[in-house]
Design a protein. Sequence first.
Length: 248
Amino acid sequence: MFWLTYISNLVNGETMNVMILGAGGGIGLALLEAYAQAPETTKIFATHHRPVSDVSPLVNWLQLDLADPDSVAALAAQVDDAIDRWICCTGILAYPDHGPEKSLRQLNAEKLQCDHMINAVGPLTAFAALAPRLRSSQLRAAFLSAQVGSIEDNRLGGWHGYRMSKAALNMGVKCLAIECARWRNDPTIVAVHPGTTKSNLSRSFIQTRKAPVQSAAVCADNLKQLIESLQPEQSGQFLRLSGERLPW
């Protein structure tokens, strides 16, 4: 399906502008490089909260702090073109002074608030701020979530802040999909579990893992294939990279 769509785009001369939030992270940077090499990509808007070196002349780096509402609100003024692909690769699991909670004794209100701001509130309000730019006839939007954010699939507990904030993101994506289905351009908006990937976010938690862990490049290639194969009837779903549905 992906390659048929890809070839069709080239034959029809279709081009696209891509926006990647969190493009300085492992998956985000690999995804940026993948889209920068795609012949149909005309421009990439890439956000990160730290300065990032140039990767391609197609890339426009934008400063964004998802924990700062003013920074999120200012994003719209920095984007001057319609967006055809929106991919949010942002997320936080641990901080220098707070790791993921293993019990109730470790719950901290400030950390929980930061988790929700960065993992859910920031991404969703950024999408809202850029809504006027997201009316492209070929809009496909993907928010990286996590399977541990599935309420139905939670059998181990723990990691309260990360689970709660990703569950909040999932609900937000579902709400976006329902509302944006009323747009004339019939967009496709999904939450995606990328699978365990070698990155700054996971580095401290995969050292003793026995199961194979994918590289950021492999994850990005599979994510790009999923995004390019999305169909409107999949909007509002929670998906694996394979396209398989996950329970909310």
